[in-house]
Ligand binder design. Structure first.
Ligand code: SAM
Ligand code: SF4
Length: 330
């Protein structure tokens, strides 16, 4: 296996694969209430096409994949797909991002398949606030998923988007979870992707402001070293079992070491969160090309990668970044 390097010297080792654009929640920062216009099934990558893409990317040095969506577990066949890709030898890590609504009963299977970690999205510990944010009354099921992940000792990150006027009162209760639980609670800056691109900020909670809030409550909070290509600034509160991360998603401070590529459910190959897709792998795969020919197309895309999110955004033909995260996968 030869490690593919992009035109800025960054090894590409991580694929984020959005397996569906459908979802059983309607988080207001991600989707409008009525949902987004779903892609018709024939326009979606099939499980077989996703598996072939993963195998090709693994042969180019990708060793980590994250399944995301939409909500990955609303697409039929996902557990069989997980079983298939868990057998790919050089794929060192399979991770999952889920909203947790359908996930609790699947956790024992995750353990058996060797899933490395799960990111569980949870923006509030308060059932009513959870409902206001997600427009669905499913807090209890998500919490059961958290408990199951703890029981089966699957490394877990709780992802919480910090939204002005919505859930800033949850910052401290979420941070408190790290006292007794071996969990990483990650606070994420809200990004202006909500399906219609029309969300206005009153006051923006950036990572500095989130950190100040934590410092007020926990003056002893200290910085941890950040792993390479980490998207979060990591901290720990003295004597707490878990850790805290803050993700400057909107401020885009992490582009310099970015090792990741993304695939949308309809096969758009994205070399940056902020680009509009540089080619469509579904169209390429359906032309009947050889593995080598497909790899060459991928390689060329990686030799034209934007330096950072600002450059990628400037290169877009349609300038406004207004897609829903449910088609990008976060
Ligand atoms: N449905 C799954 C979930 O919610 O975990 C996976 C897909 S979701 C698009 C992935 C992540 O993107 C979630 O943690 C969600 O909170 C985050 N996300 C969605 N829209 C966002 C936005 N506008 N700003 C910041 N994060 C966002
Ligand atoms: Fe669904 Fe995840 Fe988007 Fe919420 S953030 S609407 S759970 S895809």
């Amino acid at each position: 296996m030869k490690q593919v390097i992009d035109n800025h010297g960054r090894p590409i080792s991580y694929l984020r694969l959005a397996v569906t654009d459908r979802c059983n929640l309607r988080c207001f920062y991600c989707m409008p209430e009525e949902g987004i216009k779903y892609v018709p099934k024939p326009h979606l990558l099939t499980w077989e096409e996703m598996e072939r893409t993963i195998r090709l990317l693994v042969s180019m040095g990708v060793d980590k994949v994250r399944l995301t969506g939409g909500e990955p577990f609303v697409r039929r066949g996902i557990m069989e797909f997980l079983e298939e890709i868990s057998q790919i030898q050089e794929l060192r890590q399979i991770n999952i991002t889920t909203n947790g609504v359908l996930t609790a009963p699947l956790v024992p299977e995750f353990k058996r398949l060797g899933i490395k970690s799960v990111n569980l999205s949870l923006d509030s510990l308060d059932r009513q606030r959870f409902f206001e944010i997600t427009r669905r009354d499913e807090f209890q099921k998500v919490w059961q998923t958290f408990e199951a992940l703890q029981e089966y000792k699957i490394p877990t990150k709780l992802n919480s988007v910090v939204m002005s006027g919505k859930n800033t009162d949850d910052i401290i209760p979420m941070a408190e979870l790290t006292r007794e639980h071996n969990v990483s609670v990650r606070f994420i800056e809200e990004m202006p992707f909500n399906g219609d691109g029309a969300h206005e900020y009153q006051e923006f909670w950036n990572y500095r402001r989130i950190l100040e809030e934590l410092k007020k409550q926990y003056p002893g909070i200290y910085k941890l070293p950040d792993p390479p290509s980490s998207t979060s600034y990591n901290y720990q509160i003295p004597n707490h079992k878990g850790t805290i991360g803050i993700i400057a998603a909107f401020s885009r401070t992490f582009c310099g070491t970015c090792n990741r590529i993304r695939l949308t459910p309809q096969g758009q190959f994205k070399t940056c969160l902020y680009d509009e897709g540089v080619f469509n792998i579904k169209d390429v795969l359906r032309q009947g090309l050889s593995d080598e020919a497909v790899k060459q197309i991928i390689f060329e895309a990686l030799q034209n990668r934007a330096k950072d999110g600002f450059e990628a955004e400037a290169n877009r033909k349609v300038n406004l970044v207004s897609e829903s995260m449910s088609t990008i996968g976060g």
